[in-house]
Design a protein around this ligand. Structure first.
Ligand code: AMP
Length: 458
């Protein structure tokens, strides 16, 4: 990765724009004036210098400003808000004022909430600061107990938090800081009313930070309502996929996607592979196929229990599973070290999802590869994506792979051979709207059907 000289980072009074991959060459973490205990924890984590989002955001947060940061996951954005937050709490502790919940972080998914709370524990390992992760899908008793024991930071998904707020199990009267992480995703998932409800429980005087991968109109409107004279930090071009990721397209018929994936997985550099599918049942089917092919695989989707989801992530992180098959909803923001490949088994319908998916590899300086399977029917989606990221993607073909092989037989337990869901949808729609118009044998022109009601009248 190229290091861009420090002067390439431009800053105006309220906005700071830096490029992903730009590092201040000799800037140490100590420049921010963070507490010594935090610097020790950073050293233990192996960080030698701040990333661009940290360089730009930490001083602004330390000064007490509200902040909008446009940064993808993988840029080090979690530390950008957690480090100054811990600094603030540590100061309060020394002044004997550390009591009650001081900071709240809202995240769109349970996995992200758990991950952020783990980061806080790691960066705050030398501080007497307690954190609780509050999310649905598990018994609430342990979470209520943790709050009752006294916590200083809560990381929560909106649903469970509202539940506990409604029953007065948590109190934010002494709150100083709130972070909306992955704000664009939260809006996408329909959390706006929940965020509004939560905001009514927060003190008016507080510091609000908002992190988002993209700056959409909705995100701007959220910022206008909840932030006060915010500073802004923008990392990289809007919607620009991570520069450390090589991106390739494999044009392959739908019925050969399994076989192609199986072949690719045999290559030695496919060590930790995150495979994205569109639907939960697709994830189940692909997982079964890979298991039968003796591939070590774990799966992550929203119908799995919280324990199963955490176990799948752990197996993938520990290397017990070479492949993690996941749907978008649960994989966003997940930070797993050393993902060598992201495979878009199903091409994402939304270009922004593509950017997020491929951001799971090539994180924090490492190189990664993103591969997308594109059947004929998805070529239009590919064209839209290439326009969106303003980058033509390189086409690749796997040597020796038979791209003309017939449809394989059904897997055990599967009723039919796998078919294109689009075709199925088209057929179902055609069924609903009655038989197709008859073709004229000589001209092959379509003969329009006579409307039934007029026929009846004559
Ligand atoms: P995030 O964008 O917060 O999900 O962070 C992505 C990854 O970058 C995580 O694995 C962090 O541990 C790592 N990271 C964060 N800050 C730094 C840094 N200053 N130097 C090296 N790695 C970092």
């Amino acid at each position: 990765m190229t290091t861009i000289p420090w002067k390439a980072i431009s800053e105006s009074e309220n906005t700071c724009k830096v490029w992903r991959g730009a590092y201040a060459p000799h800037m140490p973490f100590s420049i921010f004036g963070l507490e010594e205990e935090i610097l020790r924890a950073i050293q233990k984590a192996g960080y030698t210098r701040p990333t661009p989002v940290q360089t730009a955001a930490i001083p602004k947060v330390m000064q007490g400003n509200d902040l909008i940061a446009i940064a993808q996951t993988g840029t080090g954005k979690t530390a950008a808000f957690v480090l100054p937050m811990l600094h603030r709490l540590s100061e309060a502790n020394r002044a004997g004022k550390l009591y009650g919940v001081k900071a709240l972080i809202l995240a769109p998914t349970r996995e992200l909430a758990v991950q952020i709370s783990e980061n806080i524990r790691s960066y705050g390992r030398h501080l007497p600061i307690r954190v609780a992760a509050i999310y649905g899908g598990v018994e609430e008793e342990a979470q209520i107990k943790a709050i009752r024991k006294g916590v200083h930071i809560i990381v929560a998904t909106p649903g469970r938090l509202i539940d506990l707020l409604g029953r007065q199990k948590v109190d934010f009267q002494g709150l100083d800081m709130i972070v909306l992480d992955e704000a664009d995703r939260m809006l996408h998932m329909g959390f706006l009313p929940d965020i509004e409800t939560i905001a009514t429980h927060l003190p008016k005087r507080r510091q609000t930070l908002m992190f988002s991968a993209t700056l959409s109109k909705e995100v701007e409107s959220l910022a206008r309502r909840f932030l006060y004279q915010p500073k802004m930090v923008q990392i990289g071009k809007r919607s620009n996929p991570a520069e450390t990721v090589q991106q390739y397209i494999y044009e392959v018929p739908v019925h050969l996607k399994n076989a192609l994936l199986q072949e690719l997985l045999k290559q030695p550099d496919f060590k930790r592979v995150l495979v994205f599918v569109r639907m939960k049942d697709g994830a189940d089917r692909l997982t079964n196929f890979l298991k039968l092919a003796q591939v070590k695989v774990a799966k992550l989707h929203s119908s799995r229990s919280q324990e199963q989801r955490l176990q799948a992530l752990q197996d993938f992180k520990d290397g017990k599973a070479q492949v993690l098959v996941a749907t978008d909803i649960v994989a966003r923001g997940i930070d797993i070290d050393g993902v060598t490949h992201v495979v878009n088994y199903d091409f994402p319908v939304n270009p922004e999802d593509y950017v997020h998916r491929i951001g799971r590899t090539g994180r924090a300086d490492a190189q990664g590869e993103a591969i997308s399977f594109v059947p004929k029917d998805d070529l239009n989606l590919l064209a839209i994506l290439e326009m969106f990221i303003a980058l033509p993607l390189e086409r690749k073909r796997l040597k020796g792979f038979n791209y003309h092989a017939p449809i394989p037989p059904a897997l055990p337990g599967e009723k039919q051979p796998r078919r294109d869901w689009r075709k199925r949808t088209r057929e179902m729609e055609a069924k609903k709207s009655g038989p197709p118009a008859k073709k004229n044998a000589h001209t092959t022109k379509r003969v329009p059907k006579k409307p039934a009601d007029k026929r009846g009248k004559k």
